[in-house]
Design a binder for this molecule. Structure first.
Ligand SMILES: [Zn+2]
Ligand SMILES: [Zn+2]
Length: 352
């Protein structure tokens, strides 16, 4: 099958629009006709050459895919005609990690647009097993917006689950855009009090209407002062630090240092954001506080049902944080992202 694709040929060069050949699906594989693919910061890292994808170039980028199954290999016929989300993390489904419900950490996992061709195309070849059906989405939901579930929303959900966030906890969300914004909404839906912290006033303003009960600005402030304010808010709510859940979603060294500084007795921190930078921390704080620090990567496909229920019920909203755009202008959108001109997650339509 022929497909139109936007291909990375060399880091730092604009993506090229090409016609590519999608191979016949093998056993357990399907071809998805792409309805939309989200544009993620990770794509920008590959496109500008600052991060090398695991697969050799040329490579079709894009890992937030939603679409319809149009062709199936042996054993995957039941998927034909179904609307699906392609998770950004595609676990093998068979190894010890997958069997233990930790498929997001599967050593044999594949990520579209990194390990294999991704969703900046009209069609993509993927394994069928990890797909998540969305045929039952309510008609009020624009299915193309569900593309962001494949990474930003599900990653936030898995991180909160890793932190064991429960009713009455305080969730400190460091970095209120993207994954952090969804983390704020989901934490609130799970019954936690939410404090969002960010340098960007516009992001704090947006999240104040969706999840965050309190916001703390970081711009131009010393970490000690921020720590005092954030801890003071939890004190007002009379929630002991044992029930503090700190999510580092900024992926910035300052954000990581701040999230770590928010730890206190018995508190839990989860590292969600990514930066290649090194941060110097006094690890002994974890010992002295009897604290817990987790990492969280992606989300196992079996948890997507929980995420979708939150969205279908309206407890987590996507529309105010998503903007539709034609994929044919992806080079422009990557440039806009590089210059911090995008305020919402772009969901790209490959037919336009
Ligand atoms: Zn991503
Ligand atoms: Zn596995």
């Amino acid at each position: 099958m022929k497909a139109r694709a936007w291909v990375l040929t060399e880091g730092g060069k604009p993506l090229e629009s090409r016609t590519i050949e999608i191979p016949e699906p093998s056993a357990g594989e399907v071809i998805v006709e792409v309805d939309a693919c989200g544009l993620c910061h990770t794509d920008l890292g590959y496109a500008d050459g600052s991060v090398a994808p695991r697969h050799a170039l040329p490579l079709v980028l894009g890992h937030e895919i939603v679409g319809k199954v149009v062709q199936a290999g042996p054993g995957a016929d039941a998927w034909v005609g179904r609307s699906v989300i392609v998770p950004a993390v595609l676990p093998c489904g068979e190894c010890a990690f997958c069997r233990a419900g930790r498929g997001n950490a599967c050593p044999r996992q594949k990520m579209p647009g990194n390990d294999c061709d991704g969703g900046f195309a009209t069609h993509v070849l993927v394994p069928a097993r990890p797909l998540v059906a969305i045929d039952d989405a309510p008609p009020t939901i624009d299915r193309r917006e569900l593309a962001v579930v494949a990474d930003a929303v599900s990653t936030a959900y898995q991180a909160l689950r890793r932190a064991d966030v429960r009713d009455g906890d305080v969730a400190f969300i460091v970095g209120a855009g993207g994954v952090g914004g969804y983390a704020a909404q989901i934490a609130r839906a799970l019954g936690a009090h939410v404090v969002a912290l960010d340098v960007d006033a516009a992001k704090l303003e947006a999240i104040a209407h969706h999840g965050a009960e309190r916001t703390v600005t970081l711009a131009g402030r010393a970490p000690k002062e921020v720590r005092k304010e954030a801890h003071g808010i939890a004190g007002e709510w009379k929630v002991p630090s044992l029930r503090w859940r700190i999510l580092e979603c900024s992926g910035h060294p300052d954000g990581q240092a701040l999230a770590y500084a928010l730890l206190s007795q018995g508190a839990t921190m989860v590292q969600v954001g990514y930066t290649p930078a090194t941060v110097t921390l006094r690890l002994s704080n974890v010992m002295a506080f009897d604290a817990t620090v987790h990492g969280s990567w992606g989300c196992p496909p079996e948890l997507y049902g929980d995420v979708l229920r939150l969205i279908y019920s309206g407890r987590v909203v996507l529309t105010p944080f998503v903007e539709h755009a034609p994929m044919s202008r992806v080079v422009e959108w990557l440039d806009a992202m590089a210059h911090h001109r995008l305020t919402r997650r772009l969901v790209l339509d490959p037919r336009t």
